[in-house]
Design a protein around this ligand. Structure first.
Ligand code: NDP
Length: 246
């Protein structure tokens, strides 16, 4: 338990996968959590129900991270409801893979809007409400450092962009005692990257540990970065990837 009692966390993209595991862990450690989703209302409600059944405090809001106005409004609503904001987790992400000659500009633009622009938009809004001790945690990818298959250039670019954005935002917010960090998972078993089939087998062959990560493992790392104990970590891109990029 990283001691988050009394804190409020906003997790964009928290209905399933890594984001849901982060929401459950931060709630178990005492934070009141607000998660967003875009399509999966039932899944978001299931995550909220699971947190409540475990004794936690959770709410789900529909807000498309590609829509800057909707995302900022969800953050403002969180502050109105809970009276404060301590932790922002920018987890919403999309993975488009296609051969170069078939990769659409719509997918290119959507990748940038969800994986990069939403991080800037949410940080800008959250920073208006956070005080000293605030925590901003981005979910990047080990693909920022290593992209070993074809067709994923825009995804790798979007996650590399977070490395620079995280450094710069840490400079903006460091003087206020707010940290900004970027967690770079390796392959983690979710809907986006199921631990089955030929692709997963190929990924495992590239990793020092030879296995997919569990969403709870990523959530534990995020909980540490959200804690008071991590006050001296900022501007960092930190990999938790089973040695994928080693
Ligand atoms: P999933 O596709 O399993 O889940 C994505 C979550 O984000 C869902 O809750 C989804 O909600 C939400 N979401 C997606 N698009 C939007 C949007 N436009 N607005 C709001 N919410 C949205 O993904 P993962 O859990 O696998 O990935 C989470 C993050 O981790 C991403 O940033 C991804 O790039 C990164 N990552 C994942 C890795 C992996 O191997 N799984 C490896 C490295 C990084 P809804 O159901 O409503 O669409």
């Amino acid at each position: 338990n990283t001691g988050l009692a009394g804190k409020v966390a906003f997790i964009q993209g928290g209905s399933r996968g890594i984001g849901a595991a982060i929401a459950k862990r931060l709630a178990a450690d005492g934070a009141a959590v607000v998660i967003t989703y875009v399509k999966g209302a039932d899944q978001a409600q299931a995550t909220v129900d699971a947190i409540k059944e475990a004794g936690g405090n959770a709410v789900a809001l529909q807000a498309d991270s590609a829509d800057a106005g909707a995302l900022s409004a969800a953050i403002r609503r969180t502050v109105e409801t809970h009276g404060r904001l301590d932790i922002l987790v920018n987890n919403a992400g999309t993975l488009a893979v296609a051969p170069l000659d078939q990769f659409s500009l719509e997918d290119f633009d959507r990748t940038l809007a969800i994986n990069v622009r939403s991080v800037f938009v949410a940080t800008q809004e959250a920073a208006r409400h956070m005080t000293a001790g605030g925590r901003i945690i981005n979910i990047g990818s080990t693909n920022a450092d290593r992209m070993p298959f074809a067709g994923g250039g825009p995804y790798a670019m979007s996650k590399s962009a977070l490395v620079g954005l995280t450094r710069g935002l840490a400079r903006d917010l460091g003087p206020r005692g707010i940290t900004v960090n970027n967690v770079q998972p390796g392959p983690v078993d979710t809907d986006m990257n199921p631990d089955s089939g030929d692709f997963a087998a190929m990924m495992k062959g590239m990793m020092a540990l030879g296995r997919y990560g569990r969403t709870e493992e990523i959530a534990g790392f995020v909980a540490y970065l959200a804690s008071d104990e991590a006050a001296y970590v900022t501007g960092a891109s930190l990999s938790i990837d089973g040695g994928f990029a080693a």
